[in-house]
Design a binder for this molecule. Structure first.
Ligand code: NAD
Ligand code: IPM
Ligand code: MN
Length: 356
């Protein structure tokens, strides 16, 4: 059976890094028996330019029909003054919501070859392997009411609403407990239960779900402390489960532990395991179009796609091994410290393809 994979390059460095992800898929197809068909569609600013919407209807229809989606990044200064409902970021939020991608897996693992690339001392990060499970279709990103209103004084007030229902908390908690079962058996739920009502309910529901996973060691941590602990002693964590906004912030923080945000892949999954895969970083307008972007987060997202949506774990391991090998050989994009040779986006992609 041929797997249909939809590529959504997006904006900024998105097209450059997705081009390298595409080459990896094509090489697996041509040389390693991966049966796949690739298609492309615009999203984000590119969607707005092509069809006046950050998530064109045709793009959504193709994504719904595909077995898996690979996305680059969206957004950029050209689009920052647009009305909020047509901004590129809204296209990303809309595709997550439309496809029901509530479960965002953001693994942060340190390639041993990059121990000296982290901003932290090698002994603090050596062997780092943690997984952030971020709730992706709820919380303050989607809560109503939201808007900007005028107060009686004439002053304007902006507001958003943090909301979580029991069923939303329960399904992300189950996903995280199941992930912890396959790993080291430790789950840390991160919230702000000392202040927020929604976090109080979050903690209560996570505790309730824990009864079904007696073998998992569950702990709770406030988000401010969690940010500090991630930088102080990141190896204390196995799996972290948290809400949409806390997960967004903590995953960029965890990214830097691994040497660069250009290294972090992610998978966003629906109830049945269908998924959208994308690097954790954004469209990096400051380096777009210069062949400087690190394509490895995207290539590692391809590995997650192969493993989770296509069930091709051998192909996934082949990709991950190839990435390890190019790092071992000393190749580095400019965002990574160390190594013996700085290469551009295209050369890094070529090198990975050459080691598959
Ligand atoms: P960003 O992640 O795009 O960039 C932050 C910094 O990291 C920049 O200095 C950038 O050059 C660097 N960087 C990011 N990815 C890199 C890579 N692959 N290789 C080398 N360096 C890399 O975050 P930002 O600057 O806050 O946001 C820029 C735009 O991207 C905004 O429009 C934002 O909304 C959007 N954004 C999109 C996504 C997404 O599509 N998933 C994620 C985050 C931000
Ligand atoms: C991410 C990004 C997005 C988010 C933005 C661009 C909507 O920062 O994927 O981490 O906040 O979820
Ligand atoms: Mn983010």
């Amino acid at each position: 059976m041929s797997h249909r994979i939809l590529l959504l390059p997006g904006d900024g460095i998105g097209p450059e890094i997705v081009a390298q992800g595409r080459r990896v898929l094509e090489a697996l197809r041509d040389n390693h028996g991966l049966d796949c068909e690739l298609d492309t569609a615009p999203i984000g600013g590119a969607g707005y330019d092509a069809a006046g919407q950050p998530l064109p209807e045709e793009t959504l229809a193709k994504a719904q029909a595909a077995d898996a989606v690979l996305l680059g990044a969206v957004g950029g200064p050209r689009y920052d003054e647009l009305p909020r409902e047509v901004r590129p970021e809204r296209g990303l939020l809309a595709i997550r919501a439309e496809l029901g991608l509530f479960g965002n897996l953001r693994p942060a693992m340190l390639y041993p070859q990059l121990a000296d690339a982290s901003a932290l001392r090698p002994e603090v990060v050596a062997g780092l392997d943690l997984l952030i499970v971020r709730e992706l279709t709820g919380g303050i990103y989607f809560g109503e009411p939201r808007g900007v209103r005028e107060l009686p004084s004439g002053e304007r007030q902006g507001y958003d609403t943090e909301v979580y229902s029991e069923s939303e908390i329960e399904r992300i908690a189950r996903l995280a407990f199941a992930a912890a079962e396959r790993r080291q058996g430790r789950l840390c739920s991160v919230d702000k239960a000392n202040v927020l009502e929604s976090s109080g309910l979050w903690r209560e529901v996570v505790e309730r779900v824990a009864a079904d996973y007696p073998q998992i060691e569950l702990s709770h941590m406030y988000v401010d402390n969690a940010a500090m602990q991630l930088v102080r002693a990141p190896k204390q964590f196995d799996v972290i489960v948290t809400g949409n906004m806390f997960g967004d912030i903590l995953s960029d923080c965890a990214a830097q532990l691994t040497g660069s945000i250009g290294m972090l892949p992610s998978a966003s999954l629906d109830e049945r395991g269908k998924g959208l895969y994308e690097p954790v970083h954004g469209s990096a307008p400051d380096i777009a179009g210069q062949d400087k972007a690190n394509p490895l987060a995207t290539i590692l997202s391809v590995a997650m796609l192969l493993r989770y949506s296509l069930g091709k774990s051998e192909h996934a391991e082949r990709v991950e091994r190839a990435v390890g090998q190019v790092l071992e050989e000393g190749l580095r994009t400019a965002d990574l410290q160390g190594g013996s040779r700085v290469v551009g986006t295209v050369e890094m992609g070529e090198a990975v393809v050459g080691r598959l």
